[in-house]
Design a binder for this molecule. Structure first.
Ligand SMILES: Nc1ncnc2c1ncn2[C@@H]1O[C@H](COP(=O)(O)OP(=O)(O)OP(=O)(O)O)[C@@H](O)[C@H]1O
Ligand SMILES: [Mg+2]
Length: 750
C-alpha cells in the first residue's frame, strides 16, 4: 500500500511489460532493436485480446517477468498533461416562481453542492451552475487516466475541457502539455476524441469504415498496402474480425452490434496513433468482456507512448486493473484522485474502510452517492481529498523529481521519429509547424470523400430510385397532359404553363438534398474537428458527387418531355433544354444544400425550402410579368431562381423569327368572339383593316415569337445569359455552403 502515485509513474516501462506471453517474445526483440514500441509496432503483435475474445476462458491479466535489459532500454521522451484549477460554469436561465424559488432555497440549504448559486450581479432569473469546480490533475504517457462519477457528475464535461472542446473564454484554469500551453491547432493534430455517440456511415462495412479513416489520416507516403495492413491489424486488435465485412447499419438496416460499433468508433480515431487520446465512456453499453477488450486496447495505445484519458461508468474489477489513475467527481468537484491501488488507504483514512471482497470503485461511488444525499454533502470528502493530496505531494518530493525534463517540441519529435503520429511530420521550429495540419493534400481528400459517398449511396439504391421515380412520374404526367401542343394562341398559353411547371419541378425535386447533408452533418463535424480533412475538400467533393445523378435526372426528364410535348428547336433546341434543366437542378441542389448547412433540422428545413421555392415561382415572371410587379418587390424577381431557367427555355421555345404564333383569324381565339363563325371573323378583320389602314387577312401573322417574349417581359438576358446565370447561382450557393460549414461547425461548448 505504500506505493505512491509517483512511484507508479516511474514504473511505466515495467507496466508496459504487463503483456501476454505472445507479446513477451515481441517485447524482447523490441528491446534490442527499437525504443519502446509505438502503436503501429504493437499492432503487429496482435494476439491476446482477440484470442481472449474468441476463447471461452476469461482473459487473464498475465504478469510478466522483465529482464534488466528492457528496463534500461532507451525510452521515448515523456509527455505530461497537467491541468490545474479547471473551473467551468454555465448560465442557466429559469423562470422564478414563488414555489420554485422556495424549493431551490431549500435545496441550497440542505445540499452541500455548490452547483446552483446566484450569479453575482445577475438578475433573479439567471443562475450560474458550476459544472467543473477547481479540478486539478496530471496524466502521463503510458498511462490510462479514468474519470469516474455518478451520472451528471461532470465526467463528459471534464473530458471536453481537456480535449479543448470548451471555448477558452468560458473555461478557467490552465492545461499544459510538458509545461507548455497547448495551442488548439497543435492539439487538433496530436490528439483524438472519441465521443459518446457512434457517428458512422451506416452503409459501409467495418473494414471500409476503418480503411477510409486510414486514407484520411495516414499520409500519401504510406502505400495502400501498408494502410491496408494497418487496418487489418487494428481489426484484429479490436476483436472485429468476425464483423469486418458487415455493414455498420442503422435503424432501417441491421448491421453490426452496438459493442462492435463502439469499437469501430474507437478504431477510426486511433488509426493515426495520436499522442493524446480522449474518450467519453468508451465502454458504455458493452458486455464485460467487450468492455475489457476495449480498455485493453486503450492500455496498449497508452503503452505505445500516448496519454489516454477517458470517462467510465462502473468499471469491472478486471478493468480497474488496467487503469493507472483515477479521478472521482461529484457534482463537478474532485473527491478522489490517485491510483486505484490507493483507494482503500484513502477511504480508510477518511474513516470509511472498504470491506474485504468489495469492489473498490463500486464502494467509493456508493459512498459518494450517499454523501451527496446527506445533509453535509460531499464537502468533507472534497476537503479531505485536498489535504490528502497535499500530504502525498509532500511525501512524493522525497522520492522523485517531478519534472518531465523535456520540452514539448523534443517530446513530439521523439514520438514522431519512433513512428507515432503517422500523419507525417516535417522539421519545424515550433511544435505546431512540426506536424502537418492535414495528412493529405486536398485532392486526395476529395477523391477519398467522393469514393466513400459513392459507396454509401450505391448501397442505398432505393434513394436514387425514388428520386428517379419522382422525376419520371412528373415527366410522364406532364408529357401526357401537354401531349403534342400546337402553336395556336391556346397552345402558347399551355406552353408557357408547361415550361413554368417543368422548371419549378426541377427545384422541388431537389428538396431531397436536405436530409442528405443533415444526416452527414455530425459525422462531418466529428471528422473535421480533428482535422481528418479540410472543409473545402468536403464541399467540393459534395458538389462533384451530386453531379452525375443530376445529369442523369436532367437527361431523363428532358427526354420524356421534349418530344412528346412538341417543343421547338429540333436537336439543338433539345440540347439547350437539357442544359437548362441541368443548370436548374444544379442551382436547386446547391440552394437546398446551403439551407441544410444553415438549418440543422429536417422538418424546419423542408418548411423553409418549400416556402422559398413557392416565392421563387410566384416571382418567376409567369404569374405576373416583370413590368407589373410592384416596385418594392422587384428585387425578389431578380433573386428568383426559377426566373432564369424559365426565361432561358422560353427563349429557346419562341426564338424562331420565321415562326408565327398568332395569325389574323386567331386574334379572336381568347376573346368573347371566339365562338363567332369564321366568315364573320373575316368580315371583322376586313373592317379592322380599313379603319387601321393596314391590311390584315385571316392568314396575316400578328404575333411572332419575339412579340411573345416581349409580352412576357423576357427582354433583358439572352438565352445563354439566362443559362449561365442559373449555373452561377449554383456555384454561389456552394460557396455560401462552404462558409456556413466554416462558421457553423465550431463544435465547442461555450
Ligand atoms: N449547458 C448546460 N446547462 C446547464 N447544465 C448543464 C449544461 N451542460 C451540462 N450540464 C449539466 O452538467 C452536469 C454534468 O454533465 P456531464 O455531461 O459532464 O455529466 P456526466 O458525468 O458525463 O454524466 P453521464 O455519466 O450521464 O454521461 C449535468 O448535471 C448536466 O445536466
Ligand atoms: Mg457523459
Amino acid at each position: 500500500m505504500s506505493n505512491t502515485i509517483w512511484s507508479e509513474n516511474i514504473s511505466s516501462p515495467i507496466d508496459s511489460a504487463r503483456f501476454s506471453d505472445q507479446t513477451q517474445a515481441f517485447e524482447t526483440t523490441r528491446a534490442v532493436s527499437f525504443p519502446s514500441p509505438t502503436l503501429g509496432q504493437l499492432l503487429k503483435s496482435v494476439g491476446d485480446v482477440s484470442k481472449e475474445e474468441s476463447g471461452d476462458e476469461t482473459p487473464i491479466h498475465h504478469a510478466l517477468d522483465v529482464d534488466e535489459t528492457s528496463l534500461i532500454e532507451p525510452r521515448a521522451l515523456p509527455f505530461t498533461l497537467s491541468f490545474s484549477n479547471l473551473t467551468y460554469s454555465v448560465k442557466v436561465r429559469r423562470k422564478m416562481s414563488v414555489s420554485r424559488s422556495l424549493s431551490s432555497n431549500n435545496r441550497l440549504g440542505t445540499a452541500s453542492s455548490p452547483l446552483p448559486e446566484p450569479s453575482p450581479g445577475g438578475n433573479a432569473t439567471t443562475r450560474t451552475k458550476t459544472l467543473l469546480n477547481d479540478i486539478s490533475g496530471e496524466a502521463r504517457d503510458g498511462e490510462i487516466m479514468a474519470v469516474l462519477g455518478a451520472s451528471g457528475s461532470g465526467k463528459s464535461t471534464l473530458i471536453d475541457a481537456l480535449a479543448n472542446r470548451i471555448s477558452r473564454g468560458s473555461l478557467k484554469g490552465s492545461i499544459t502539455l510538458n509545461g507548455e500551453q497547448l495551442e488548439s491547432k497543435l492539439l487538433k493534430v496530436i490528439s483524438a476524441y472519441v465521443m459518446q455517440d457512434d457517428l458512422l456511415y451506416p452503409m459501409l462495412t467495418v473494414e471500409e469504415t476503418l480503411m477510409f479513416s486510414a486514407e484520411f489520416r495516414l499520409p500519401p507516403s504510406l502505400s495502400k498496402s501498408k494502410k491496408k495492413s494497418r487496418v487489418e491489424a487494428l481489426i484484429d486488435q479490436l476483436g472485429l474480425r468476425n464483423a469486418a465485412k458487415t455493414i455498420i447499419g442503422d435503424e432501417g438496416h441491421r448491421g453490426v452490434s452496438g459493442g462492435e460499433r463502439r469499437r469501430v468508433s474507437i478504431g477510426i480515431d486511433i488509426i493515426h496513433d495520436p499522442i493524446l487520446l480522449f474518450l467519453d465512456e468508451p465502454t458504455s453499453g458493452l458486455d464485460s468482456t467487450s468492455a475489457f477488450m476495449v480498455v485493453k486496447v486503450l492500455q496498449r495505445i497508452a503503452q505505445s507512448g500516448s496519454i489516454v484519458l477517458m470517462s467510465i461508468h462502473q468499471p469491472s474489477y478486471r478493468i480497474i486493473g488496467l487503469l493507472d489513475r483515477m479521478i472521482f467527481l461529484s457534482r463537478g468537484q474532485t473527491v478522489y484522485s490517485g491510483s486505484p491501488a490507493n483507494i482503500p488507504t484513502y477511504f480508510a483514512d477518511f474513516g470509511h474502510p472498504i470491506p474485504e471482497n468489495e469492489n473498490r470503485t463500486e464502494f467509493a461511488l456508493d459512498l459518494i452517492r450517499e454523501l451527496e444525499q446527506s445533509p453535509g454533502g460531499t464537502r468533507r470528502l472534497v476537503e479531505f481529498n485536498t489535504s490528502w493530496q497535499k500530504m502525498r505531494r509532500s511525501r512524493r518530493f522525497d522520492v522523485a523529481s517531478p519534472s518531465p525534463g523535456s520540452t514539448l517540441k523534443e517530446a513530439i519529435s521523439a514520438s514522431i521519429s519512433r513512428g507515432k503520429l503517422v500523419s507525417g511530420a516535417t522539421n519545424g521550429s515550433s511544435p505546431t509547424s512540426m506536424v502537418p495540419t492535414y495528412a493529405n493534400p486536398f485532392w486526395v481528400e476529395m477523391a477519398v470523400l467522393a469514393k466513400r459517398s459513392f459507396i454509401n449511396s450505391s448501397r442505398l439504391p432505393e434513394l436514387m430510385a425514388m428520386r428517379f421515380g419522382t422525376v419520371m412520374v412528373t415527366g410522364f404526367i406532364l408529357a401526357t397532359v401537354f401531349w403534342h401542343l400546337d402553336s395556336s394562341p391556346r397552345g402558347i398559353i399551355e406552353r408557357l404553363g408547361f415550361l413554368t411547371f417543368a422548371m419549378s419541378t426541377t427545384y422541388y425535386t431537389c428538396a431531397d438534398a436536405l436530409p442528405v447533408f443533415l444526416q452527414e452533418r455530425y459525422i462531418f463535424m466529428r471528422e473535421t474537428a480533428y482535422n481528418a480533412y479540410r472543409r473545402l475538400s468536403y464541399c467540393l467533393s459534395h458538389a462533384l458527387v451530386s453531379l452525375p445523378a443530376l445529369v442523369f435526372l436532367s437527361f431523363s426528364f428532358a427526354m420524356i418531355t421534349f418530344w412528346p410535348v412538341g417543343l421547338a428547336g429540333g436537336f439543338s433546341g433539345f440540347v439547350f433544354y437539357f442544359f437548362t434543366i441541368l443548370a436548374s437542378f444544379w442551382a436547386g441542389n446547391s440552394f437546398v444544400t446551403f439551407l441544410s448547412g444553415v438549418i440543422p433540422h429536417v422538418m424546419l428545413g423542408y418548411t423553409i425550402v418549400v416556402a422559398i421555392l413557392a416565392y421563387f415561382l410566384l416571382f418567376s415572371g409567369f404569374f405576373i410579368n416583370r413590368d407589373r410587379i410592384p416596385k418594392y418587390w422587384i428585387w425578389f424577381h431578380y433573386l428568383s431562381l426559377v426566373k432564369y431557367p424559365y426565361e432561358a427555355v422560353l427563349q429557346n421555345e419562341f426564338q424562331d423569327p420565321a415562326k408565327c404564333f398568332v395569325r389574323g383569324i386567331q386574334m379572336f381565339d381568347n376573346s368573347p368572339l371566339a365562338s363567332v363563325p369564321d366568315a364573320i371573323k373575316e368580315k371583322l378583320l376586313a373592317s379592322m383593316s380599313s379603319s387601321l389602314g393596314v391590311n390584315i387577312t385571316s392568314s396575316t401573322c400578328v404575333t411572332t415569337g419575339s412579340d411573345l417574349l416581349k409580352q412576357q417581359g423576357v427582354t433583358q438576358l439572352s438565352k445563354w445569359g439566362c443559362l449561365w446565370v442559373t449555373a452561377a447561382w449554383g456555384f454561389f450557393f456552394r460557396i455560401l455552403f462552404y462558409f456556413a460549414l466554416l462558421l457553423g461547425s465550431k463544435n465547442k461548448r461555450n
